[in-house]
Ligand binder design. Structure first.
Ligand SMILES: [Zn+2]
Length: 314
């Protein structure tokens, strides 16, 4: 039997060869969107100079793989990701897909579900933007009161592309109301929700809603670790413990949503907080889980086995 593979920028890697993997981070972002002058442009060497120390710190902390979650529309730059992947032994996984309404490039705005799915399948199986680097998953985003009409189109295209490739869909989704609508649409499109990651699930305060989504099959991702300004860390810890206590540790993903090189800034550093690194999970959050009695085997499950299974393809 062929082993399960995680599809990185440099090629496929056996999922079981990976150690801790961060399922939601950022290396390079342009939140100005695709209609801004100079969108997603940067000299790859400058990006490497800024980002490389943070990848080295991740590696020193024990991390072996990082999923970059900036899709087309908020700065995906394949040349930059390829250059970064060359500079580090941390495996980098890149997305196909697109961001929410308002950030969707004109070239794909009017495509049918089938045509958009075909484009994404091509990026997952052949390569992105004329390179031999293949995307490893499908990233989407929902508006705060979405999904809007074009976001429903994106969901249906993602479901079709996922069913054809086995790629997981990770979707930026604020709160349980939008998550429910989104999962309904994906199920109508015959997606097995085990191929769906509810990104930013910590924005929903109720554990019961996390459990409801997990029962339907979804991955629940808490991805604000180390970001006290975005989400109080004690609340994040309590939500994590409650979800584990409910019996769903094998559907939990943890990440920082950290980084990144911001190409709209002259120094490449995001304003006002600067570059946030990728090590708080290892240095703060896992020790806190241990202190609350979470056993070692469960920490392995959450940080190694779960992301390897979620991001296995094919
Ligand atoms: Zn993110």
């Amino acid at each position: 039997m062929a082993s399960r593979m995680v599809r990185t920028v440099k090629g496929d890697v056996p999922a079981e060869s990976l150690g801790p993997m961060l399922p939601h981070e950022h290396l390079f972002v342009d939140l100005r969107g695709p209609y801004a002058p100079g969108y997603a442009e940067a000299e790859p060497e400058r990006v490497v100079a800024v980002v490389k120390p943070y990848l080295a710190a991740l590696e020193a902390a024990g991390g072996t793989a990082l999923v970059d979650c900036a899709p087309v529309g908020v700065g995906r730059n394949v040349a930059v990701l390829r250059r970064l992947a060359q500079s580090t032994s941390v495996h980098i996984i890149a997305p196909t897909g697109t961001y929410r309404e308002g950030f969707i490039p004109a070239a794909i705005a009017d495509l049918s579900v089938e045509a958009l799915a075909a484009l994404w399948v091509d990026e997952l199986t052949q390569g992105m933007e004329g390179t031999d680097s293949r995307a490893g998953f499908i990233k989407l985003a929902m508006s705060e009161h979405g999904p809007t009409e074009i976001e429903v189109r994106n969901l249906r295209a993602a479901a079709l592309a996922s069913r054809q490739t086995g790629a997981v869909i990770a979707s930026h989704t604020i709160g349980g109301v939008v998550a429910r609508r989104e999962m309904d649409i994906l199920e109508q499109a015959r997606l097995d929700l085990r191929r769906f990651i509810w990104v930013h699930a910590h924005t929903e305060p109720e554990t019961a809603v996390h459990v409801e989504a997990a029962r339907r099959g979804a991955w629940i991702e808490f991805d604000a670790i180390g970001a006290e300004n975005w989400h109080p860390q004690e609340a994040l810890l309590q939500a994590t413990l409650a979800f584990i206590e409910a019996g769903y540790a094998d559907q939990l993903l943890l990440s920082h949503d950290a980084g990144w090189y911001d190409c709209s800034q002259p120094d490449g550093l995001p304003s006002p907080d600067g570059f946030r690194g990728y090590t708080a999970l290892f240095e703060q959050f896992i020790p806190a889980l241990r202190a609350h009695g979470v056993p070692e085997q469960m920490i392995y499950q959450i940080t190694v086995a779960n992301p390897a299974r979620a991001f296995s393809i094919g």
